[in-house]
Design a protein around this ligand. Structure first.
Ligand code: NAD
Length: 416
């Protein structure tokens, strides 16, 4: 059965509300989204036909600042998925103490089926449709699944043309030449790396001797695989939407990255030592650290019992359901939750936004240093609560994030 991600997101709020004894009024408030816009995106295709795509932008909470969150282009995008992703962004920004709220957007489309011209038209028309609810002071999009720096550049240009001046602060994850930040492209992977390094230290294990499996070999999965490979870890398997690829002695990640960055699928990669493995089997293959970095709802009550790793490091948003969380906790598998593990992306997006507004840019050393400081501070805070209350890391992270939002609501009050 297809799990509804927004139901999962609401269930996670219930779990933490119970654990922290949260005011039921606040709980109800946090389980609702602030604003959602559904738009039609008509595109005149290259063959002369008109196609209509459905698009969304959701702001879950702007209590602590403007909305922040990616835009995804994928065939199954729907309002519930985007609402869940917006909700998770609220917690992520709060956990990192960023002065931003939670938002997300998406268009229901398979971008691989569009020409480059059609993709540009789709991006620009979608931007025009949501233009009144985005902006540097309102809601700042960023890349997510199947969107990238070029797409952010088209959004920035469309918004700027409407304003009659360049407004780089309207999106993050842009090319550096138009106000992007160094280190943003690798930021989510680098954040995952800092967090897993800190976790290994707590558990007294050597990161470089761990075996790794990564599901999803795009921006997030590709970068974390790359960083762990350079550290000396054996990467047993990686996957994309076409297939997984496995080698028990460890894959050559540099070569595989070169392959996928040419737009090719892993299933077509040729090396007789490697075998193909399905995405389903990849998740239950034995390893030390499993990194789901593709989509939500990958570790569920159907397969959680078969997971054979020590640590799950959540690169994707929402890859583990609450039922699976319980099973993994009983099995003694540590799950480093998405709102902490993959928060490096939004952290450096925040740096990009600050740099755009101040029109003063930092170097890579400063970006990575500040990223490490912020993410490790959050990690230590989460770890402390996890230990002192004997609860899983997700609930610990949620307690901090939700408490911060609840306090902000108390100070601001309910209008009018
Ligand atoms: P991406 O488009 O760069 O890569 C996605 C990867 O997942 C690709 O390899 C794709 O082939 C694979 N994939 C897609 N559908 C799949 C399926 N059904 N089964 C297996 N693999 C599949 O996207 P990304 O930016 O790397 O995002 C991946 C995840 O990380 C998403 O959950 C996203 O929300 C989350 N995330 C991204 C960022 C960021 O900065 N890009 C930040 C935080 C979280």
């Amino acid at each position: 059965m297809e799990l509804n991600p927004f139901e999962v997101a609401k269930k996670q709020i219930d779990i933490v509300a119970k654990e922290m004894g949260l005011d039921p009024n606040i709980t109800r408030y946090l389980k609702s989204i602030e604003r959602a816009l559904i738009v039609s995106v008509p595109i005149m295709m290259d063959d002369g036909s008109l196609q209509i795509f459905e698009g969304f932008r959701v702001q879950h909470s702007t209590i602590r600042g403007p909305g922040k969150g990616g835009i995804r282009f994928a065939p199954n995008v729907n309002l519930d998925e985007v609402s869940a992703l917006a909700t998770w962004m609220t917690w992520k920004c709060s956990l990192l103490k960023l002065p931003l709220g939670g938002a997300k957007g998406g268009v229901c489309v398979n971008p691989r089926e569009l020409s480059n011209k059609e993709l540009e038209k789709l991006t620009r028309r979608y931007t025009s449709e949501i233009i009144n609810i985005i902006g540097p002071d309102i809601d700042i999009p960023a890349p997510d699944v199947n969107t990238n720096a070029q797409i952010m550049a088209w959004i920035m240009d469309t918004y700027s043309m409407n304003k009659g001046r360049a407004v780089p602060g309207v999106v993050t994850g842009k090319p550096i030449e138009i106000g992007g930040s160094v280190g943003r492209n690798s930021a989510t992977g680098r954040g995952l790396y800092f967090v897993i390094e800190a976790m290994c230290e707590k558990l007294n294990i050597k990161l470089e001797s761990q075996t790794i499996i990564v599901q999803g070999f795009g921006n997030v999965g590709g970068w974390i695989a790359n960083l762990l490979y350079d550290r000396g870890c054996k990467i047993l398997a990686v996957s994309d939407i076409s297939s997984g690829i496995y080698y028990k002695e460890g894959l050559d990640i540099d070569k595989l990255l070169e392959w996928v960055r040419k737009g090719k699928y892993l299933k077509d990669y040729k090396d007789e030592r490697y075998s193909l493995v399905s995405n389903k089997d990849l998740l239950i293959t034995e390893c030390d650290i499993l990194i789901p970095a593709a989509l939500e709802n990958q570790i569920t009550k159907e397969n959680a019992d078969e997971i054979k790793c020590k640590i799950v490091l959540e690169g994707a948003n929402g890859p583990t359901t609450p039922e699976a969380d319980k099973i993994l906790f009983i099995k003694g598998i540590q799950v480093i939750p998405d709102i902490l593990a993959n928060s490096g992306g939004v952290c450096v997006s925040y740096f990009e936004y600050v740099q755009d507004i101040r029109a003063y840019f930092w170097d890579l050393e400063r970006i990575n240093k500040e990223l490490k400081r912020i993410i490790i501070e959050a990690f230590e805070e989460v770890y402390k609560i996890h230990k002192s209350r004997d609860i899983n890391l997700r609930t610990a992270a949620y307690i901090i994030a939700v408490q911060r939002i609840a306090t902000a609501i108390k100070f601001r009050g309910i209008f009018p």
